[in-house]
Design a protein around this ligand. Structure first.
Ligand SMILES: Nc1ncnc2c1ncn2[C@@H]1O[C@H](COP(=O)(O)OP(=O)(O)OP(=O)(O)O)[C@@H](O)[C@H]1O
Ligand SMILES: [Mg+2]
Length: 303
């Protein structure tokens, strides 16, 4: 017969085993996950950034990633127009502490979500350190809610766009095969390389007439950036010139949804698959997430 003490010891031992079992079921190290922040930009305007942002977001989402778009092209409400959705609130509401991050996330198609920038950046500059810290803490929830955050910027070499480029974990640089677009892309790469030669820039050629033309542009830019600027560009792919894009824009619907079999949609899917594969390769450098992004953004904007 077991005495009471012995019985108790046995129960405790069983409990311990159970707890151990539960603990073993968890991964040994729980990785602290941050979202990948990718800024989409270009030297010249009108080359397809917003269309690429939206359709890439949908492709990434369809491939199982949680995607949030940040519309940082302040002034022109681009994403809303292309989605045909009017957001109720903007980033400004979080900056002014009127809404929390969940309240400014608008549902887009295919499980994507987006944040309208509003006149956010200018307002951000007016905050004191304390208010900025609170804003960043509010936004930090995005690291838990998203795997990838895609930031759509305006074109050009302005200080504010440069801040978004330098603050991001990665940059997706869009150019068309037009010489003016290529020279402006090169000028932008040069500005980045003057600040940080290790910046991860992926290059996308949009509106190429043929695959050969696209690859020529990709190869040439990769070559000159390496030779003259010492910066390693990563070719991310191309999108053919496709009338499905303009047709979709007129209908205020992403081409991924209404023309999923178009050349453009196929090209976007290839870019998307490549972007996510890179991470598996372990090639992607550390992600600093939305917190790192905003901290850097604010510090760049203030200097
Ligand atoms: N692959 C493509 N094939 C055909 N037309 C395209 C393609 N990509 C973009 N376009 C056309 O270019 C227009 C501009 O695209 P978009 O608004 O995405 O450019 P953007 O770079 O975001 O412009 P901005 O610099 O003004 O923000 C589209 O409305 C569409 O008509
Ligand atoms: Mg745009």
């Amino acid at each position: 017969m077991m005495d009471q003490a012995e019985k108790l010891r046995q129960v405790i031992e069983e409990l311990k085993q159970k707890q151990l079992g539960n603990r073993m079921a968890l991964p040994a190290i729980v990785p602290k996950r941050s979202a990948r922040v990718i800024t989409v930009t270009s030297g010249k305007g009108g080359v397809g950034k917003t269309n690429i942002t939206i359709n890439l977001a949908i492709a990434l989402s369809e491939q199982g990633n949680r995607v949030v778009i940040l519309d940082a092209d302040f002034g022109l409400a681009n994403i809303d127009v292309l989605f045909g959705i009017v957001p109720q609130h903007t980033l400004l509401d979080v900056i002014k502490n009127r809404k929390n991050i969940l309240e400014i996330l608008t549902d887009g198609p295919s499980n994507t979500r987006f944040i309208s920038g509003g006149s956010g950046v200018e307002e951000l500059l007016k905050l004191d350190r304390h208010q900025i810290a609170r804003f960043i803490e509010n936004m930090a929830l995005l690291d838990k809610l998203a795997d990838i955050i895609i930031v759509d910027t305006g074109a050009g070499l302005s200080d504010s766009v440069m801040s978004f480029i330098m603050a991001a974990d990665e940059v997706l640089l869009v150019t068309t095969p037009e010489p003016t677009s290529i020279t402006d892309a090169y000028a932008l790469i040069k500005m980045v390389s003057n600040r940080d030669k290790t910046k991860s820039i992926r290059l996308v050629v949009n509106r190429a007439e043929t695959t050969t033309e696209a690859n020529d542009v990709l190869n040439k830019l990769v070559l000159v950036a390496d030779r003259f600027l010492g910066l390693k560009l990563e070719p991310a792919g191309y999108i053919l010139n496709d009338e499905a894009v303009a047709r979709a824009v007129k209908q205020q619907q992403p081409f991924m949804l209404i023309y999923p079999k178009s050349y453009a949609a196929r090209n976007i899917r290839e870019i998307s698959a490549k972007l996510v594969n890179k991470e598996d390769d372990g090639k992607t450098q550390q992600n600093y997430g939305i917190r790192g992004f905003l901290n850097r953004l604010v510090s760049f904007m203030r200097t």
